[in-house]
Design a protein around this ligand. Structure first.
Ligand SMILES: Nc1ncnc2c1ncn2[C@@H]1O[C@H](COP(=O)(O)OP(=O)(O)OP(=O)(O)O)[C@@H](O)[C@H]1O
Length: 590
């Protein structure tokens, strides 16, 4: 959690992101101030004009009107200039911050993504950054310009007449107190609203992602009700926000009006006593009118500033998150990789696992010789997928080490690690892109031959029959593929990366038995030169491997050939028979 910071300290953190934009933003601020100063100077000339009219002199009329007109045009020009100056810099800052956030999200460990709902990240990347842009280009500029105008305006009012100025100031002063009170209450409700928007985005994401399940189980209505409850809650918070703003607006509008009314009354008395001229009173009223917008807008701009503060806080909650998995300062390199993979006394527990529970992986050791293929099997939930995940540092081991050719994987850069080792998961994720891009994801410079070979090994030749062949767009925005087709492409992706070590987390589970046999046969050819760790849920996948590692209670309890283990290990026979039973049940369902 980030420590509590005040508004200025928090917003100050934007400086490194806004460095390039600041000159234009400050120029825009200057233009806004200039526009306001022109507006404030008009009553000065008005004063002379009225005074000379009252004195019966009409000669000064035309030049004075001309001058006032000129000042009006100057004001409008500077308003235009302000808009032009501040329009683009904010968009650059927004894009820069969004890129930084995206890079950080990619860099953060999977454990972070396990903890954070995607909607919260989405709302930070979209609406919070949008709020920050609007505040930088509009809120900040006008807040500073309007505040300065108010101060200068008050000095001008005092210069017209001390007592009139004092009346105006005394009645307008409570605005400051109200402003401070507003900051506290509005800050809290703004944070609540932004968090609730994130939760709502998560709900939408889950409902869209899981639409099939919801429909299949007839839970669409239930999901809609949950959404509507949450949306209702957000509406309530938004209304609280609107009420808070309305409250401050009431005072911001009312107090200057009362101040003006009383000052006008006092002004008339002063004019009748000859203390001030009619021209001075007219100029006083005109100046007070110029100050109306800067005063009125303060509440709105303060609200915007507080929303921006919340948005900046939420943004840095992600950015400040320590990147627990980082590259070493002096990385080692493996120049001539052989493909030996070793787990040396590895222990690992998920951060949110109950503390009284023994670690999921505890002192596990296993060594795969170059070119060897090992099937990893064990009862469901024993930690097989987790063990595969630590090989690519998706999770970091708590103690012990994973080594490639004797080098601790933490001593390699993550980029290098990924050239030695590739993974395919049971849950095949495809991106909204062409077949070609999806398969060559881990080998962007891969040749056409790498691509076709990988597709062949994964038995994914069906892609040639797609409407645009390898250029067909697949993934969420493209053509839908079956579970088995997706898995074959994910497998092709791992193979196309041409790693020395392949880690396959049950990547054939959605394939029918015949296709699986063909994939296995093709894999056998690749696996002669590639070390492979294969999580297996089917007896047939086990047959593919040279050896089988049996996992139980966080350790490898047996490591031998399938035949030997069948003969020697009772637990192995038990696991195989449960795999058999699951496989038979699956075939019946097919
Ligand atoms: N991201 C996570 N955060 C916390 N706990 C997790 C996470 N992923 C898995 N677990 C827990 O770790 C345990 C092992 O999960 P894992 O997926 O590694 O088992 P597995 O042996 O691959 O299971 P299966 O054969 O069913 O695929 C499970 O009890 C699971 O609840």
């Amino acid at each position: 959690m980030t420590e509590q910071k005040n508004t200025i300290q928090t917003l100050w953190r934007l400086v490194p992101f806004a460095k390039k934009a600041l000159p234009r933003i400050f120029l825009g601020m200057g233009a806004a101030i200039a526009a306001h100063m022109f507006a404030l100077s008009i009553p000065q000339y008005l004063q002379n004009l009225v005074n000379s009219l009252v004195a019966g002199g009409v000669d000064a009329l035309l030049p004075a009107v001309g001058l006032i007109l000129l000042l009006g045009v100057a004001e409008a020009t500077f308003v235009l200039l302000r808009r032009w100056l501040v329009l683009t810099p904010g968009t650059h800052v927004e894009a820069y911050m969004r890129n930084t956030l995206f890079a950080k999200l990619q860099d953060l460990p999977v454990a972070f993504h396990d903890r954070w709902p995607s909607g919260q990240l989405l709302s930070r990347a979209v609406s919070d950054l949008h709020l920050i842009r609007r505040w930088l280009s509009f809120g900040l500029v006008l807040f500073v310009a309007n505040l300065l105008t108010l101060v200068v305006g008050l000095v001008v009012l005092f210069s017209f007449n001390f007592w009139l100025g004092l009346i105006y100031l005394a009645i307008s002063l409570p605005i400051l107190i109200i402003g401070f009170a507003f900051e506290k209450s509005y800050g809290e409700v703004a944070r609540l609203s932004q968090d609730q928007s994130g939760d709502l985005a998560t709900r939408v994401e889950q409902a869209v992602h899981g639409v099939r399940v919801l429909k299949a189980f007839g839970r669409a209505g239930h999901a809609a009700r949950q959404f509507s409850e949450q949306a209702h809650e957000l509406r309530g918070t938004e209304l609280r926000k609107a009420r808070a703003v309305a409250n401050i607006w009431l005072w911001l509008i009312l107090l200057p009006e009362i101040a003006l009314g009383l000052a006008l009354l006092a002004g008339v008395v002063l004019v009748s006593q000859g203390e001030i001229t009619v021209g001075t009173l007219v100029a006083f009223v005109a100046t007070a009118m110029v100050l109306r917008w800067p005063t009125e807008s303060l509440g709105f701009l303060l609200g915007m500033t507080l929303e921006a503060k919340t948005a900046v806080t939420r943004f840095f909650e992600v950015i400040d998150e320590p990147a627990l998995i980082s590259d070493p300062e002096n990385p080692k390199t493996i120049t001539d990789p052989k493909g030996e993979l070793e787990f040396r006394n590895v222990s690992f527990a998920y951060p949110d696992a109950p503390k009284d529970q023994p670690p999921l992986i505890s002192g596990l050791s296993l060594k795969l010789a170059p070119g060897e293929s090992v099937a990893l099997i064990g009862l469901t939930g024993c930690g097989k997928s987790t063990l595969t995940a630590v090989t690519t540092r998706l999770y970091e081991v708590d103690s012990g080490a994973v080594l490639i050719d004797g080098v601790d994987i933490r001593d390699l850069t993550r980029a290098e690690l990924r050239t030695h080792i590739a993974m395919a998961f049971e849950d095949a994720t495809l991106f909204s892109s062409s077949v070609r891009d999806n398969v060559l994801l881990g080998n962007a410079l891969g040749s056409e031959q790498d691509l076709t070979q990988a597709l062949e090994i994964a038995q994914a030749q069906f892609v040639y029959d797609l409407p645009e062949g390898l250029d067909t767009k697949i993934g969420e925005e493209g053509l839908s593929l079956s579970g088995g087709q997706r898995q074959r492409l994910a497998l092709a992706r791992a193979v196309a990366a041409k790693p020395k070590i392949l880690v396959l987390d049950d990547p054939l589970s959605a394939l029918d038995v015949d296709t699986e046999a063909m994939v296995e046969d093709a894999l056998r050819h690749v696996l002669t030169t590639t070390t492979a760790l294969i999580v297996a849920h089917r007896p047939s996948t086990v047959m593919l491997a040279d050896k089988v590692a049996l996992m139980q209670d966080g350790k490898i309890v047996a490591y031998d050939t399938h035949q030997n283990l069948l003969r020697d290990s009772e637990h192995y026979r038990f696991v195989i028979s449960s795999l058999d039973a699951a496989e038979k049940a699956r075939e019946v369902n097919l």
